[in-house]
Design a protein around this ligand. Structure first.
Ligand SMILES: [Zn+2]
Length: 298
């Protein structure tokens, strides 16, 4: 049985800086009705609504961006992770500019904000994505796969960075609010100090600092103590949950990711959405597959 959809009980907001622009950024969260989903709005482009859906996603290595009609919102994955992880289904997220504030580089400030607002149960069930096949995407030794063994969503993530503090890390976690808020949400994004100059030359991470990321040099951590010994793999789970939120549905199954990143996460989410659409077509036309095969033989 599916749980009821939720929204926030009241409007709340939070301020910080944009990771890439370095400019002040503010996000306000407003309640929304059942079936609305998570929708971004920019106060400087009020005519355009940007739903948090896979169709409007584009990625590069460092973040997920949503685009509609030439209007974009960036660095959406941590706030969407908090929403999916905590079971927040419907909300308007109003931004004063092109980016969600980076805050401390984790999803914890968003989780705390949602808890402060409180959740309201709505009179409609959450729709689970219906996928009964194994779905896998892989490239260059990196992969993400789905097996339909629910109930609920479990994620196993493996990473292997040749760095003395990181190395090989593997974590399996059930994506439920209580597990998510304590084990996943606090894990911060991470990066290498040696990459910062090159990224800034491309107009990226201008708001990045030792206060909103775990920053590594060749031998250790420059940004103070880790929150978990395996904070790195926990953050990879956080990012994957944020990218899965773009499916706009709950998931029942086990996802296994190996050395993946945003681009492969999004490709995987698209493959899951396609598998779910195929299943819907088969349900309407159960003989369709057999007829297609018969036609091919004749
Ligand atoms: Zn991240």
């Amino acid at each position: 049985m599916s749980r009821a959809q939720t929204t926030l009980r009241t409007s709340v907001s939070i301020e910080g800086v944009g990771l890439h622009s370095g400019h002040p950024a503010r996000a306000s969260f407003r309640p929304a009705p059942a079936g609305h989903g998570i929708v971004f709005r920019r106060t400087d482009r009020p005519a355009v609504s940007i739903p948090a859906r896979i169709e409007s996603a584009s990625t590069f290595d460092y973040a997920t961006t949503l685009n509609i009609d030439g209007v974009s919102v960036g660095t959406v994955e941590h706030v969407l992770s908090a929403a999916f992880g905590e079971g927040l289904d419907n909300c308007v997220i109003e931004l004063e500019g092109p980016e969600v504030p980076i805050l401390d580089g984790s999803a914890l400030p968003f989780v705390r904000l949602f808890h402060a607002a409180g959740f309201e149960r709505l009179d409609a069930p959450v729709t689970p994505l219906s996928v009964s096949d194994v779905v896998e995407v892989s490239r260059d030794g990196r992969s993400v796969s789905f097996r339909p063994d629910g109930p609920g969503l479990t994620i196993t993530y493996e990473i292997d960075f040749p760095h003395p503090v990181v190395g090989r890390q593997e974590l399996t976690v059930a994506i439920r609010p209580e597990e998510y808020s304590t084990r996943i949400a606090p894990a911060r994004t991470f990066g290498f100090a040696r990459d910062v100059e090159a990224l800034r030359a491309r107009g990226l991470v201008r708001g990045g600092s030792l206060h909103n990321a775990v920053v590594l040099d060749d031998t250790g951590v420059l940004s103070g103590p880790l929150r978990f010994r395996d904070e790195f793999v926990r953050h990879k789970v956080l990012d994957l949950v944020g990218d899965l939120a773009l499916l706009g549905a709950s998931l029942n199954g086990h996802i296994h990711a190996r050395k993946a990143g945003h681009a492969l996460h999004i490709e995987f989410a698209r493959a899951l959405a396609a598998a779910s659409r195929r299943r819907a077509v088969d349900a309407i036309e159960p003989m369709g597959g057999a007829r297609r095969r018969a036609t091919a033989r004749s």
